[in-house]
Design a protein around this ligand. Sequence first.
Ligand SMILES: [Zn+2]
Length: 301
Amino acid sequence: MADLPLSVAAYDRVADRRTDEAWLADAWSRARIVAISRRSSAPTARGGDGAPHLVYREPDDAGDGPRRFLGVVGDQPYFAVTTEPDDRDDWLTLREIGGRADDLEAGLLTAAIALEQWHLRHPRCPQCGEPTTEHKAGWTRVCSNDGSEHFPRMDPAVIMLIHDGADHALLGRGHQWNEGRFSTLAGFVEPGESLEAAVAREVLEETNVGVRDIRYVASQPWPFPASLMLGFTAVLDGDPSVQIDPVEMAEAAWFSRDEIAAARDWTDEHEPATSGSRLQAIPPRFSISRYLIDRWLQGDA
Ligand SMILES: [Zn+2]
């Protein structure tokens, strides 16, 4: 799984230090700070490799936003602080940095953004409605009224490469996407539902296609704002005829390996499609959708 961006555990979270105030104070004094804005951008500078890299802030230059302890690499602590973008650096979003950041930078930024998005959206106690405040170095919120403690939430979503056991895969286009751009099917897991049941239900709802042999492949945090993407493959079971749900999908269809490989090349080279193919682009390299598609193109699914 080392090659799926945003998913690599490149630092140690040392969660037991989140309540160790003396240790945290010392760690802060020698920390590298990941500054992020409320719109999930971070200061970057282009490195010698041509890719954007995080510009870490010094502790005395990090602003007075809440300090959230992310973890350590060896003796080096990392914190996140939310601040306003300035004009010292090139502020880019995680989507813009994409898979070009290294695993440590991508991992720190993903955690910092996921935490910030959760704090932003959960200022009040879900039990009594009174304000909550940050505790445990940014990893919980506690109610000022009833003392209840609340933990960061994520929304599990399944994303699946459906194939026919031979040469075709089922891709769909959401209403928000440009014509010609297709991706794997996906949907949120509902309360009381297993991941496998969610895969089968979403495929049936979106395309009226039945599936079997549902297999877990990999996961990817996707903090836009709070998804955890759970990647699967599954095989067509029965009639391949596609009938889309027009509310959920603009279109969906089976495409051959050759058609999908051509769309991959156009996507990576940022070139317009050179044929009149219905499929002209697939998701960018750092997404789990793309990971599932590439894996299938290589014959691994
Ligand atoms: Zn409360």
